[in-house]
Design a protein around this ligand. Structure first.
Ligand code: NAI
Length: 495
């Protein structure tokens, strides 16, 4: 390990600077600054105002990329005005693909489970880049908007591999995959399939899957049954806040966004504008996130020392105003951190102390910068053939009239009209009078009988779309293909 590791530091907005200053002071008192050098970078709401649409200056971007590590406070997302979340931008820009959150019962933090004597200690790994967080959204017709949900095999592989590697390192015996593959058979189905495929490389770890709605119920009723759960982005976002609630709220949930080159460590909660500037915010989540960072770079002894002091402080009943026994007067942010610093070197007595060092903890090696964006791939050499196309139309016609028009359009082409669906439900050739339709249809054209897949490529589909476009507003188009003989598209509901 080099003698000093440089880490980019962005205190954030709202309570961010208060809790960040307090955390860095605690790290200083614990000797962390002998090994770590923090460089301040400009990120946050005030940077939007200077005209940087990503919420960070070019210099900040360069610094984070040079360091490979960013410790950040919460940042405000400006409402309206097209300003995107800096937090999501940072994770996606730097491909921090695995959001790792640890949920643990803490002494002095009263919850339904701590009162019942149920000790919780588990992790969520959330995919951080894909899913609806691509933010690819369009208005398709007067009445319909769309958000595209993308799931890729190599994206899944990266997050699953991180989950299994982390489980192996921590001695976690069983990893669950949460999903909704019973409904989204292709997208969540791929996430689940890649989980199972990746799990084969980690034979000593048991794998299981659980549908996300059942997972939520289980987490409330018997959360101790889980040790690590890996989830797609949106489901992981929702489930991880639920889990924070199980251990006392967002103030106690740390978070690491891990990538191959750049990793970001941050508190789970937001900027808390209602209490900003009053020295009353709870720094625990940021401290715990900082401890994840110290372990990530190999400072496991310092992390254990600080965590033991934090646990000893919490078990003594010392608290900030947002938790704990109301009979005990709350401390301000700075006083709370000094109470922790006073206990450096001591250990908790009511809960197990954290072991001083994890012997196989990896020392930090700054990964080399990539020279260009990488194309990551899982499946190669797949044989694909075009078998038709789905064309999406903006029209208020009823299904029967629409079918009549489209039959005429495809008469002299290699395609036949095989399906019309509305909001995913088949409305032609068979439908129900109870199905309400909106002004946006999917019309499916497939090869006429007798034409072999592979006879031609997609140009005939484009020509067909051109003909359809002479009569209708075409909103979008999806090619229908078979991949190694397997259909690469779903059936309609009711088909
Ligand atoms: P919030 O987490 O900031 O606040 C929710 C409630 O929890 C408030 O009552 C607040 O006072 C309290 N709270 C939060 N952190 C606390 C702490 N450390 N100590 C004591 N009390 C605490 O969520 P909200 O109000 O929805 O979002 C405010 C801003 O934060 C928004 O601009 C949002 O976009 C941003 N945000 C940023 C995040 C990040 O940087 N990773 C994450 C979530 C929200």
């Amino acid at each position: 390990m080099p003698s000093q590791i440089t880490i980019a530091l962005a205190p954030g907005d709202g309570i961010g600077p208060e809790i960040m200053n307090a955390t860095i002071e605690l790290f200083r008192l614990a000797g962390v600054l002998d090994h770590v050098h923090f460089v301040n970078v400009e990120m946050g709401a005030h940077v939007f105002a200077k005209g940087f649409t990503r919420g960070m200056t070019d210099e900040a971007i360069r610094s984070v990329e040079d360091c490979g590590l960013l410790f950040k406070g919460p940042m405000e997302t400006p409402k309206g005005g097209g300003g995107k979340s800096i937090n999501v931008t940072a994770r996606k820009l730097w491909n921090a693909y695995a959001n790792y959150r640890h949920f643990k019962t803490l002494p002095g933090v009263d919850t339904l489970y701590s009162r019942a004597g149920i000790h919780l200690d588990f992790a969520i790994v959330r995919e951080n880049i894909e899913d609806t967080y691509g933010g690819i959204e369009h208005r398709l017709s007067n009445d319909v908007v769309q958000c595209k949900r993308l799931i890729s095999a190599p994206g899944c592989d990266e997050v699953h591999r991180f989950a299994f590697q982390t489980a192996r390192r921590l001695g976690i015996a069983k990893v669950h995959c949460g999903h909704k593959a019973n409904i989204m058979k292709m997208s969540d189905g791929l996430f689940l399939e890649r989980f199972r495929a990746t799990g084969k490389d980690f034979a000593e770890i048991e794998t299981a899957d659980v549908i996300v709605d059942a997972l939520c119920m289980n987490l409330v009723m018997k959360p101790q049954m889980y040790k690590m759960i890996v989830l797609p982005n949106l489901q992981g976002d929702i489930v991880s806040d639920l889990c924070a609630g199980l251990v006392g709220g967002l103030g106690f949930a740390p978070s690491a966004n891990i990538g191959n080159h750049i990793s970001i460590f941050e508190a789970v909660h937001g900027t808390a504008p209602d209490i900003a500037g009053r020295n009353i915010a709870n720094p625990t989540s940021l401290i715990l996130s900082g401890l994840m960072m110290l372990r990530h770079i190999g400072l496991t002894q310092q992390a254990a020392n600080i965590e033991n002091a934090l646990l000893a402080t919490l078990e003594s009943g010392t608290r900030t105003g947002d938790f704990g026994n109301p009979a005990t007067p709350p401390l301000g942010t700075n006083e709370f951190v000094h109470a922790i610093a006073d206990r450096l070197g001591s250990k908790p007595t009511t809960v197990p102390a954290i072991a001083d060092a994890c012997p196989d903890a990896p020392a930090y090696v700054h990964p080399p910068k990539p020279t260009a964006p990488q194309v990551i791939r899982t499946f190669k050499n797949v044989v694909t053939h075009v078998v038709g196309c789905d064309i999406y139309l903006d029209t208020p016609l009823a299904p029967l009239s629409l079918a009549g028009e489209l039959h005429r359009v495809c008469e002299d082409t290699p395609f036949k009209l095989s399906l019309i669906s509305n909001r995913g439900t088949q409305v032609w050739p068979v439908g129900s009078i109870y199905t309400e339709c909106v002004d946006y249809y999917r019309v499916r054209f497939e090869l006429k009988d007798g034409i072999t897949p592979g006879t031609f490529g997609q140009s005939r589909c484009v020509a067909l779309m051109d003909k359809v476009a002479e009569k209708f507003s075409v909103c979008s188009y999806e090619l229908l293909r078979i991949f190694d003989g397997v259909k690469g598209y779903s059936m309609a509901q009711g088909q």
